[in-house]
Design a protein around this ligand. Sequence first.
Ligand code: SAM
Length: 300
Amino acid sequence: MQVSIEPGVLYVVATPIGNLADITYRAVEILQSVSLIAAEDTRRSRPLLRHYGIATPMISLHEHNEASRAKELLTRLHCGESIALISDAGTPLISDPGYRLVAAVRAAGMRVAPVPGPSAAITALSAAGLPTDRFVFEGFLPARPGARERRLRELKAEIRTLILYESSHRIGAALEAMRDVLGAQRQAVLARELTKTFENLHGDTLEALCVWVNQDSNRQRGEFVVLIEGAKDVQEQTVLPDTRRLLSLLLTELPVKTAARLTADLIGEKKNSLYQLALSLDAGSARRSGANFRQKRNKR
Ligand code: SAM
């Protein structure tokens, strides 16, 4: 089938996430036929273009020059050029540059045409064996431990499957933070080096995954998607943040039973459900400060 290229159109083209063969016929034809390719890193895209005999001129578009490049590319589109946007791997704009350009082109009333292909998130989800009917893509967690923990706390009660990206130098610490905040028994799947030679999808509880990655430094190499099953615990989903905050505060000073009873009296919730939540909050904070926990256990 012949692919026709229209003037003044921005094509958003997905490229492989590892295996060079994972590109569509249409993507190759568009990359061969447009007047210009805007690439996140022209050096990184060159091997792919060479592999498919694509000699189209390239220009860089990355997070540091996107604002100025967007203006320049918009002018070229207005002049009737057709442009393809690609990133280093996968679908542009998905944890990759391009948002400003796409928004500017659409705001100018010009056409943006998606050319679909791989994205690590969907690739991992399709083979992880976790529920796929509803899921949430969270991209990268913040790099700093405090901000990362806060983000995870916001996600703790999420019932949909969570999909996160992680880099090799943070995967160990990120998994430990997930275990501490989301719970040691939560099921998760670590999808590493998808479509590449050392592709591996390993599923277990967050606790067991932390042990597993630390057993062999090779398991911390490469690129990762972390998929986590949604929250199952009804109390986690329904207890309001203020109730949780009060309970957490009381738990710093009081035994679990007393903290749960006082919170139930003050808020008007059922004592039993708050007791279960208090137990899980207490266990989570214990892992972060072992000594304090042992002291409180003796009080119980
Ligand atoms: N635009 C890309 C996409 O559509 O998936 C994502 C780009 S983002 C800068 C790069 C991150 O995606 C990596 O750090 C990793 O978390 C994930 N990723 C990309 N390729 C991967 C692969 N082959 N296997 C596992 N994760 C991958």
